[in-house]
Design a protein around this ligand. Structure first.
Ligand code: ADP
Ligand code: MG
Length: 240
């Protein structure tokens, strides 16, 4: 579903992605771990074409990333992304937040978009908030709406970049539970997180990044009990 081949990217002199190779099969859940500044967010943003890159190639469902225009809008719809900050549309209701994309990009009519939105809001447990505005919801609720909004585009893959990092502790699990059920339902997912419990429970594979490189890729079981590189061992010693 996602193929990243030999991708390199710089920010000025900083070599932020170094020959990245990553293949994510349909229905796979890949958790990306690594210290702050290792390039995890840049990798997600590059896969979603929010960043350009200098060499290599990225395929989504077998097709290369388009440069711009309608093709790019469709690609963005195929690759859902949920960020640390919930970035819902502040002046739209919860329901409108979830119907807007499908109507604009997917050409869905309003009735169909609303029906789908209500189902998705129900699935993430916030259907009763549908007429409120984002600021009236808790962080955990807003993040669940952000997930519903992405799902409304019927994406082929979902990218999550530290989706629970900005949440109060008591709200983290309500978001992780939604992500865990998505994973169980077979969604293809790339998840950057510091939630090691989620990584152990939901990941098919852990990708460990450091200084712009993928240093290790293996099952969570293997990574957490038997990491090979000194860099991964050092990272684990600090967080576990
Ligand atoms: P992570 O998500 O693993 O913390 P990032 O991908 O955000 O890491 O950042 C990787 C490196 O790239 C860091 O050194 C960061 O300071 C740098 N960086 C990220 N975005 C930009 C940018 N827009 N311009 C310049 N440097 C950036
Ligand atoms: Mg980041």
């Amino acid at each position: 579903m996602v193929v990243v081949e030999g991708v390199n990217k710089h920010f000025g002199d900083l070599h932020v992605l170094k020959d990245i190779n990553l293949t994510v099969g349909k229905g796979d859940v890949v958790v990306v771990l690594g210290p702050s500044g290792s390039g995890k967010s840049t990798l997600c943003r590059t896969i979603n074409r929010l960043e350009t890159f200098e060499s290599g190639r990225i395929l989504i469902d077998g097709k290369p990333l388009p440069e711009e225009g309608k093709a790019l809008a469709n690609l963005r719809a195929d690759v859902g992304m949920v960020f640390q900050s919930f970035n819902l549309f502040a002046h739209k209701t919860i329901l409108q937040n979830v119907t807007l994309g499908p109507m604009k990009v997917r050409g869905m009519n309003k009735a169909a978009a609303e029906k789908q939105a209500l189902e998705l809001l129900d699935r993430v447990g916030v259907q009763h908030q549908k007429d409120k505005y984002p600021a009236q919801l808790s962080g955990g609720q807003q993040q669940r709406v952000a997930i519903a909004r992405s799902l409304a585009m019927n994406p082929k893959v979902m990218l999550f970049d530290e989706p629970t990092s900005a949440l109060d502790p008591e709200m983290i699990n309500e978001v992780l539970d939604v992500m865990t059920s998505l994973a169980k339902e077979g969604m293809t997912m790339i998840v950057v997180t510091h939630e090691m419990g989620f990584a152990r429970r939901a990941a098919d594979r852990v990708v460990f990044m450091d200084e712009g490189e993928i240093v290790e890729q293996e099952t969570p079981e293997e990574f957490f009990t038997n990491a090979k590189s000194a860099r991964a061992k050092d990272f684990l010693s600090k967080i576990l």
